[in-house]
Write a protein that binds this ligand. Sequence first.
Ligand SMILES: NC(=O)c1ccc[n+]([C@@H]2O[C@H](COP(=O)([O-])OP(=O)(O)OC[C@H]3O[C@@H](n4cnc5c(N)ncnc54)[C@H](OP(=O)(O)O)[C@@H]3O)[C@@H](O)[C@H]2O)c1
Length: 278
Amino acid sequence: MKLDDPVTTLYPPTGRTRPLRNLYLEQPLEPENWDGSLFLYSNFVTSLDGRIALDAPTAGASGVPPHTANPRDWRLFQELAAQAGVLITSGRYLRQFAAGTAQDVLPVGSDEAFADLLAWRRAQNLPPQPDVAVVSASLDFDVPEALVESRQRILVLTSAHAPRDRRQAHEARGCQVVVCDQGATVTGAGIYRALEAAGYRRAYSVTGPQILRLLLADGVLHALFLTQALRMLGGEAYDTLVEGDVLADAPAFELRTLFHDPYAPEAASQLLACYDRR
Ligand SMILES: NC(=O)c1ccc[n+]([C@@H]2O[C@H](COP(=O)([O-])OP(=O)(O)OC[C@H]3O[C@@H](n4cnc5c(N)ncnc54)[C@H](OP(=O)(O)O)[C@@H]3O)[C@@H](O)[C@H]2O)c1
């Protein structure tokens, strides 16, 4: 992986180049004057036409397409994960993982190429791995053995309507089940409250368009890191960043940084943006 090939800073408009390696580790994660409360951020890679996933006909599941997934974006994903106290994932992700159709996002830095990120965590006096929070209404998933063995704290964030036997099964496996909301499903505010009460300062959502919508609807997503691969894919319209009803207040964002990366052949080239919720 050639991580020292440069990216060009387009915003703020300095025009300077710098290596891709540690791009997101070296720029402050929180915006200036952050008040120290739980900072919740997410990251996606999309095509130029906004697709985050396409159906995989053989697997019967959707996933990040090979024309947008690329090692340089993946490095940045890992740099963001390395800085987190907790990773937010979903029941659907763990079902895909069990079926062998998910991109392997947990634990952080399992590949030797990311050993420096685990060393970085040690140097910051962080636990070896971020904890994991699984958002699920059905609780119909199994926690992978690798997670149980890695001794991360595993939270299961659900609603009061969750099936009792599944709650007990997750607790028996060592997970901490947290009822975030009294309704049938979990809200973004419920996720935020639960993670803040658990003492986290940085939460990284690695889920897809349903959870992103919950976080946006309740105004608890603070920053979005968005890699845009300059390729057109087509496909179904629902495979976009946000799924569900129209967001009432059309959440607005400010551009914080923008880089051009011409060295990701899979993606043709790509734009690396960070947006702060206004
Ligand atoms: N390109 C990218 O950067 C990118 C990033 C992330 C994901 N993706 C793709 O997006 C697709 C979906 O990802 P995902 O499943 O991780 O994300 P998701 O669509 O945000 O999560 C869906 C799951 O979250 C749970 N959920 C959703 N709303 C809920 C609520 N209100 N209350 C309680 N639980 C709720 C449900 O779990 P239960 O069914 O267990 O109740 C649901 O199945 C995948 O194809 C993935 O590859 C792409």
